[in-house]
Design a protein around this ligand. Structure first.
Ligand SMILES: [Zn+2]
Length: 237
């Protein structure tokens, strides 16, 4: 093959490659933010396949997490970092109190920034549509057990520290509806078909937002609540 033919082939390949790279870049840039792992988390967007990756990034980037809360309509108050317990093993940093979200809670929510951000998205993208699909009345309040408490998992004397000890977990006992009815995990999980379907939908959808989601399906210790956390382990059961 003469040199000029080879050069022409190389040039043609380069042109095609450059075009493909340019098209790819345009395609990635035009993706909705929730479908692009390169974009930062926008709490007002729907949940997409890249949302979990974006949440993973704010877990290790406190300024990015604070910016995500700031850019959304959630109302929070930052609280001072704290260490406590015999060896300072408990406490929290980059935590906030949740002042106003899509739903009020039955108690004060004091939690890490990533957990608060995840709750805000879960309420709107998971709880509200699940209620619309399965229940006769919208949710008006989330019944909670607690967030921050200095203890090991299951309250054992020995063992791994619970995510609650870092204000990085919340336990949800049920949902109060506009018509006054309260759907509790205890009873509701194995009760009325629609209530059970609603509770499973909020658990399953939670797995796209939180890192750890534990329900009565996990063990007897979770028979009366959903445990939602932003800890290091991905667990959905
Ligand atoms: Zn818990």
């Amino acid at each position: 093959m003469p040199w000029w033919k080879r050069a022409a082939i190389v040039a043609a390949v380069l042109v095609v490659l450059s075009f493909a790279i340019w098209r790819g870049a345009v395609w990635v840039r035009e993706l909705p933010p929730e479908q692009s792992p390169f974009r930062s988390l926008d709490l007002e967007r729907p949940v997409g396949w890249a949302t979990a990756m974006q949440f993973d990034r704010i877990r290790s980037d406190p300024p990015a997490c604070a910016a995500a809360l700031d850019a959304s309509r959630i109302v929070v108050t930052p609280i001072e970092d704290r260490r406590e317990g015999a060896d300072g093993q408990c406490g929290f940093s980059n935590a906030v109190t949740l002042d106003e979200s899509h739903y009020p809670y039955s108690g004060a929510v004091r939690a890490t920034c990533p957990l608060t951000a995840a709750l805000y998205v879960w309420e709107r993208e998971v709880v509200a549509p699940a209620a619309a699909q399965w229940l006769e009345s919208p949710v008006v309040r989330i019944e909670m057990i607690g967030t921050y408490v200095c203890r090991n998992i299951y309250g054992r004397a020995e063992g791994r520290l619970s995510e609650h000890a870092n204000a990085n977990a919340i336990d949800i006992a049920g949902f109060r509806l506009e018509n006054g009815r309260v759907i509790r995990i205890l009873g509701g999980w194995t009760g009325d078909e629609a209530d059970a379907a609603f509770l499973r939908a909020v658990r399953d959808g939670g797995c796209d937002v939180f890192r750890g989601v534990l329900s009565p399906d996990y063990n007897a210790a979770h028979a009366d609540h959903l445990h939602l956390d932003m800890g290091p382990y991905r667990l959905c059961r």
